[in-house]
Ligand binder design. Structure first.
Ligand code: FE
Length: 350
């Protein structure tokens, strides 16, 4: 599975490290400094497996996306970080715009990660790559929806849903990315009209995260809401009976199955501009696209692998069923961010 070019590089790196053995740098071993916005139990195995395969030790700093971006800005050139992992294309795009990433050329990554799930530079190198995918779906209270048709994100703006819709703030990256996708497909004018319609249907002012929207739909405070799929899976698989009961009161709509498909987003990462351990950083990113890493990444947060053909045995995900995903590129989501931000200001979706 590891292409021969990588094996050769590994061999060369090993031979070189033998030559350099007396140097202190070798005594410490090769390291990779990782800043990650992911923090799941299974990630331990993901990283340990990389160290076992390559001998490269991983030093990790885990924090929220914004905290990591703040830290990188403050550290500037003296940052020790080699690789950055973030959740949501909106944040990855922002990091790219700020010049935080060092473009990577890798035939292996190009062959594994579909073009719509990675961001390229003008030279054809990759600024960052998606490593797992999540969908943003509509959920509704089974008993309280009534005879209202719900098949598209567009339906959230229908007047029949007045006083029934809950969302988190439109300024959150998950919402900005969804609004960006609608903007990319329909144009700014139609996206604005849609956003205005959604805001006029609110059951309450936007608040909380996706988990709060799930709870509010289950309790009947709201009839319809939006959530990323993995939050729903957490409820379905929960040890707490009240969370499983909440999930049972909710139905899922895969939006736009007759149209563009359901909005997809990514967890992704890239090499940092001031990375010192560049070879280790590239090998780590390539490792993340391997079959086994893809399964760890997807299972860790109940997401889908970014690499086509990799399957997980995640029963809760399987229970959600299959769906048509929007193939809009993560770059297009990024480019439309400023328009999405303008729209939420214009319609008061804060
Ligand atoms: Fe999340």
């Amino acid at each position: 599975m590891i292409p021969s070019a990588r094996r050769l590089r590994w061999f060369c790196a090993t031979a070189l490290s033998v030559l350099l053995a007396p140097l202190a740098v070798h005594a410490q071993g090769t390291v990779l400094n990782l800043y990650s916005a992911r923090h799941y139990q299974t990630d331990e195995a993901l990283y340990a497996n990389f160290t076992r395969q390559t001998g490269i030790r991983i030093n990790r700093i885990e924090a929220g996306d914004e905290a990591l971006l703040e830290r990188l800005r403050a550290e500037g050139r003296s940052s020790p970080a080699d690789v950055l992992l973030l959740v949501d294309a909106a944040r990855l795009w922002k990091a790219q715009q700020e010049g935080l990433f060092e473009p990577v050329k890798s035939d292996w990554l190009a062959s594994r990660i579909p073009p719509n799930l990675r961001a390229s530079t003008e030279s054809g190198a990759m600024a960052w790559v998606g490593i797992s995918t999540r969908a943003r779906v509509i959920i509704y209270n089974r008993e309280r929806l009534g005879p209202i048709e719900l098949g598209s994100y567009q339906d959230l703006a229908r007047p029949e849903l007045k006083g029934k819709v809950c969302t988190r703030s439109g300024a959150h990256p998950y919402m900005l990315s969804l609004i960006a996708s609608i903007t990319a497909h329909e144009g700014e004018q139609k996206a604005t009209a849609w956003a205005r319609g959604v805001v006029s249907n609110f059951a309450r002012p936007p608040r909380g995260g996706d988990t709060d929207q799930i709870r509010a739909v289950a309790s009947g405070e709201c009839v319809v809401a939006l959530t990323n799929t993995y939050y729903l899976v957490r409820f379905l698989q929960s040890d707490k009976p009240q969370e499983r009961e909440a999930a049972a009161r909710i139905a899922v709509v895969w939006p736009d199955q007759q149209g563009h498909g359901t909005h997809l987003n990514v967890t992704g990462g890239g090499m940092l501009r001031y990375a010192r351990n560049r070879d280790a950083a590239q090998r780590f990113l390539e490792y993340l696209a391997s079959d086994e890493a893809q399964v760890y990444l997807a299972d860790g947060n109940n997401e889908w692998p970014a690499v086509p053909g990799v399957t997980t045995r995640n029963q809760a995900l399987a229970a959600l069923g299959s769906f048509k995903a929007d193939s809009l590129s993560v770059e297009a989501l990024g480019r439309a961010q400023p328009i999405a931000a303008r729209i939420i200001d214009r319609v008061g979706w804060r």
